[in-house]
Design a protein around this ligand. Structure first.
Ligand SMILES: [Zn+2]
Ligand SMILES: [Zn+2]
Length: 390
């Protein structure tokens, strides 16, 4: 039934997705996208609320029978990337495009809203539809939580259409799926002097350069070899003039991990290496910022097994695909940490041509992924609520 309805609403989802693709909006500025979502929900008679300080929409489909509550998530934002392809639905906003497939997520969740409304009689509980703003910018799930919107939700499902997976295949593996990611800043303090008299100064650039090199040994020499970790210095700001010794250097970095304990261990390792390296050059190092970003996305064995059962029954067992974990971050991890849930990748790659990577100007998805995503959202919600009602 779900598959038949997903097919029926497929043209509707394609139209919506192409409209959104032509009119992309950046993170936290999804005003028209959010309005389109609200208009479609209103037409369906689905009540919704706006999450304060964002354009995020939380809608509620009340099933005919009582039961638990599941939330389905679609992110809505586009990226500051110029679209380079010449598809008929090319972005009409110069320098902005849906290069991650979030247009597809929004359209597919609205498709699922139609399917679930048609099947409301079969629902043993409540389905929340969370249209999220600002995902590429750290997301708004933490705001939704602070404002009490996650209260009463028992489980959540997040789906990302993924171009590296061929369309028709779906990855629902247990364990780490996406990395946790933290930010940090080091301030290296030296002493300014004329470039011709380094003996009178303390060169913050030389100390910072050594620190950058030594930090590389955290992953290669300090972590257990089978532990996945990543330490990247993405920005170095130092110096004022070619003929002056720099008195200060600022290093900005990014840390990634699957094991959340590393989030606490990284700063200790970084400070030990940075402070001692700086001291070797008579300079000083201080960590002036360490922010825990989003945690890792981890599927439990039980949730992944349940998801695989739903997918196998819906599309056949052969559709399951093994995608290795990604080092990208995803704030849906916060939702999963708070209420428990599952994260799934639905293939969006073209069968007969190469697919561009996510966040690339040529990015596009095979639109059959919309039908599959909507069907999976709806079927997973129905099956989860039924399983809980037993
Ligand atoms: Zn993205
Ligand atoms: Zn994305």
């Amino acid at each position: 039934m779900v598959l038949t309805l997903a097919k029926k609403y497929h043209p509707y989802m394609i139209d919506l997705r192409r409209h959104l693709h032509m009119h992309p909006e950046l993170s936290m500025q999804e005003f028209e996208t959010s309005k389109l979502v609200q208009d479609e929900l209103t037409k369906l008679g689905i009540p919704f609320e706006i999450i304060p300080g964002s354009t995020s929409v939380m809608a509620t489909i009340q099933g005919a029978k009582p039961g638990k509550t599941i939330a389905l998530r679609a992110d809505m934002d586009a990226l500051p990337i110029r679209e380079l392809s010449d598809c008929p639905y090319k972005s009409q906003v110069e320098g902005t495009m849906h290069a991650c497939g979030h247009d597809g997520h929004t359209a597919a969740l609205l498709g699922a809203a139609h399917i679930l409304t048609d099947l409301r009689d079969q629902l043993s509980g409540t389905v929340k539809l969370f249209f999220e703003s600002g995902e590429e910018f750290g997301g708004t799930i933490h705001i939704a939580e602070k404002e009490g919107f996650l209260q009463g939700i028992d489980h959540c499902l997040g789906i990302h259409i993924w171009a590296d997976i061929p369309v028709g295949r779906i990855s629902c593996s247990p364990g780490a799926r996406m990395a946790g990611t933290d930010l940090f800043t080091l301030k290296i303090t030296g002493k300014g002097a004329h470039a011709s008299t380094p003996n009178q100064g303390i060169d913050a650039i030389v100390a910072a350069s050594s620190i950058i090199m030594n930090l590389q040994t955290i992953v290669s020499r300090e972590l257990f070899p089978q532990e996945v970790g990543l330490v990247t210095i993405g920005k170095l700001t130092a110096g004022q003039r070619f003929n002056a010794i720099a008195d200060e250097a600022i290093l900005e970095g990014n840390l990634r991990y699957f094991n959340s304990a590393l989030s606490d261990e990284y700063p200790v390792m970084i400070n030990r290496i940075a402070e001692n390296t700086a001291a070797a050059f008579r300079a000083k190092s201080e960590m002036i910022m360490h922010t825990k970003g989003t945690p890792a996305v981890i599927n439990s064995e039980a949730d992944a097994a349940f998801g695989q059962k739903v997918i196998s029954r819906l599309f056949g067992q052969e559709c399951l695909y093994d995608l290795p974990p990604l080092m990208a971050g995803e704030d849906f991890a916060i939702f999963m940490e708070k209420v428990g849930g599952l994260f799934v990748f639905v293939g969006g790659g073209f069968p007969h041509r190469e697919s561009a990577p996510h966040h690339n100007g040529h990015f596009d998805i095979d639109e059959d992924s919309l039908r599959l995503t909507a069907a999976l959202h709806a079927q997973y919600a129905i099956d989860y609520l039924n399983a809980q009602a037993k």
